[in-house]
Structure formats: C-alpha cells, structure tokens
Design a binder for this molecule. Structure first.
Ligand code: NAD
Ligand code: MG
Length: 350
C-alpha cells in the first residue's frame, strides 16, 4: 500500500483519536484545575489566606463537628463564610484572630476552598445557638451525614487532631510552625518537616467459597460483626500484613488476595484502610480464634448475611440478640456486599 493511501486510511482514525482526547481533556479539566488549585494553596501562604477570606469554614469544638438539621433526620455540616465566622467569634468574646488557625480541607467543584476551624476555647452552647446548629460527636455524626459529607468532616477532624498533637518537635522539643494551609508543620531548629499521618490497616473478608468469615472484639457494641482487620507493621507489604493478621486472629492461611478499595477511617485515630478479599479452601476452614484479640469469629452463610444486612439500626438494650453489620460508610460493609453480589453472580451462572 502506498504511503498516501495508508495516510488516507488512518485519517478518520486520527480524527476519532483527537476527538476522544479533546473530550477527555474537557471532562478532566475542572478536576485537574481543582487539584492544582489545592496544591498551590498548600504551597503559597498568601494565596491560601486570600482563599480563606473567600472560602467556606466548617466549625468544630474540641474536635466535635457542628451540624445543622435541614429536614428531620437529614444533617449537614455548618459551612460559614469568613465574615460570618468573624461575627460568630466576636459574639462569643473572641477578636476573630482565631480565624487564621483555619486548616484547608479541600475545594468545591467551583474552586471555592473549604477550611475547618476548632473553636474549643470558646463557649460551645453560645456558638451552637448563634449558628443554629448542634455539636455532634463524630462517632454519631459520621453516620448521620450523607455519603459525600461524612468523609469531609472526618478528614477535617483528623487534620485538626493532628495539629493539636504535633505542636512540638519530637527531636528538639521546640514548638513547630504550621503553614497557612495546615498541610505541614516544621521545626526551625531541626529543619524537620512533619506531615499529617495515617496508620495503614489491612481489612479482609475471607471466604471459603460458600461462607464468609466475620469477627468481633469485646469492645464492639453487642451483636456487631465485621471483617478481620489489623494495623500493618513497619516494613510489611499489604499482603504480608494480611497473611499475618488472619493467621494471628483466627489461625488460617489465606490465598488469592484480591484488592477491593480503600478508605480513610477516623476512629479512633486516622487509619488508611486497605480492603481486600481472600479465600481458604473448605478443607482448611477450621477456626482457631485468639481470644485475646477477638471475642468471637464465625463463618456466615449468604442467607445469614442477607438477614444481618437488613438490620438497619443497632439493636436496643432489651431487644433479642441480633447480628448486625458495619454501616454503609464503612469499607467492611462494602466488602460484605461485594461478597454477597459475587455469590449471587456465581449462583446465576450455575
Ligand atoms: N472502616 C471499617 O470498615 C473498619 C472495620 C473494622 C475495623 N476498622 C478499624 O481498623 C482498625 C484496626 O483494627 P483492629 O483494632 O482489629 O487492629 P489490630 O488487630 O491490629 O489490633 C489493635 C491493636 O494493635 C496494636 N497496634 C499496632 N499498631 C497500631 C497503630 N498504628 N495504632 C493503633 N494500634 C496499633 C494496638 O495494641 C492495638 O490495640 C481499628 O482502628 C478499627 O476502627 C475499620
Ligand atoms: Mg484486629
């Protein structure tokens, strides 16, 4: 084939590729510009302070988020502008200089920066009344908020907590200074820069083909069962941590690790949850539970999981004992529903 006829053949393909690239660029551009905007705010204190003056600020009191109930049962974090927060602070007897302590959490679709501020030194009731909101502990708030708001509030609390406990350098004992965004703290004596930290945790749903394995710690609320989880040790890979945790907690050797997803988990401190599925052969599914780690671990059939997923609220004190599962915001819930869908798919194929 001559070069010119080859070129004529490829022309429509090039147009298609170009159109595809154009669409991809267009659909990604707002995301890319938002990510670059946030990155710039972390690096540039003056730009960050100016974004704060035009941004939205979520309020916390000693790490407890301020929420507003819009419709009955529907909660949102209270998000105020700079001058609104200034007037709230002034009404609670502060001069407003606290506003500079705000920490960058992210950015809206329209590139409006979002910050959080802990007003723990001021009167909680006065702030709540002025904002027509309620301070709700994160353990409760996390499950009252909509899917998109819960991780934002959890991230904000995690950043505020990290700043509260990293005010001094571990090497010199000298105070550390934060940048305007609050994305780092540094010690001028040691030149060490500290960044917000999460602890990696592996969480795994083990299956023997027909059943899945859930466990509970004695500290869990009565009847709650979850996937097995454990903190990664220094130097371990995700797979090594997973093999070790399952071996330690229930005495099994798993195979076929398949990554599912990840999430930031704020309780009790910031964990980075890495969620996986894994299998054991039915012939090697005999549990040997370490009761110093787990109060109980059991195999659950698909029917038992379907039943437990229908329990929408934790059982009350005088209710009969019921098995219930982690709520929707928890990655354990996702692993369990993925496993159940997999069981349904393989049944449909039979
Ligand atoms: N999001 C979810 O769906 C989900 C589900 C289950 C568990 N989790 C979380 O996973 C985390 C780990 O699970 P686990 O309690 O079974 O872990 P685990 O089995 O490793 O046991 C916890 C113990 O590990 C030790 N430990 C080692 N490194 C630690 C570190 N960096 N931070 C704290 N403790 C450390 C402590 O002695 C602690 O008591 C918990 O914080 C829990 O909240 C989340
Ligand atoms: Mg564990």
């Amino acid at each position: 084939m001559s070069q010119s006829s080859m070129s004529a053949l490829l022309r429509p393909l090039r147009i298609l590729l170009f159109a595809g690239h154009y669409n991809l660029t267009r659909c990604c551009s707002s995301f890319v510009s938002r990510m670059r905007h946030i990155n710039n705010l972390k690096a540039n204190d003056a730009a960050c302070y100016s974004a704060l003056q035009n941004g939205q600020i979520l309020l916390f009191h000693r790490l407890v988020p301020l929420l507003q109930c819009s419709d009955p049962g529907s909660f949102k974090p209270v998000a105020l502008g700079y001058s609104e927060v200034q007037s709230v602070l002034e009404s609670a007897g502060s001069d407003g200089s606290l506003l500079k302590e705000s920490i960058l959490i992210g950015c809206s679709e329209k590139n409006q920066a979002q910050f959080c501020l802990d007003v723990g030194e001021l009167d909680q009731a006065a702030i709540a009344e002025k904002c027509k909101g309620t301070f709700v502990e994160l353990r409760k708030a996390f499950f009252l908020l909509a899917g998109a708001d819960a991780p934002v509030v959890a991230k904000a609390q995690a950043l505020l907590r990290w700043h509260q406990i990293n005010k001094f350098c571990g090497a010199t004992g000298q105070p550390t200074q934060r940048n305007q965004a609050g994305s780092q703290r540094s010690c001028s004596s040691s030149s060490i820069i500290y960044y917000p930290k999460m602890s990696p945790v592996v969480i795994v749903l083990v299956s023997d083909g027909k059943r899945c394995l859930l466990g509970r710690q004695s500290s869990f609320p009565p009847g709650l069962y979850s996937a097995l989880a454990g903190f990664c040790d220094m130097g371990e890979t995700l797979e090594e941590a997973l093999y070790r945790e399952v071996a330690e907690e229930v005495g099994l050797e798993v195979q076929n690790i398949a990554y599912s997803s990840s999430q930031h988990w704020p309780f009790p401190h910031s964990s980075f949850m890495l969620a996986c599925h894994a299998t054991v052969s039915p012939a090697h599914s005999q549990l040997n539970v370490d009761h110093s780690e787990l109060e109980d671990a059991r195999w659950f059939t698909e029917e038992a999981i379907t039943c437990a997923l229908q329990v929408k609220a934790p059982p009350r004190r005088n209710d009969p004992p019921t098995v219930w599962l982690p709520p929707k915001h928890a990655v354990a819930h996702r692993l369990i529903t993925e496993w159940r869908e997999g069981q349904q798919r393989s049944r449909d194929k039979e």
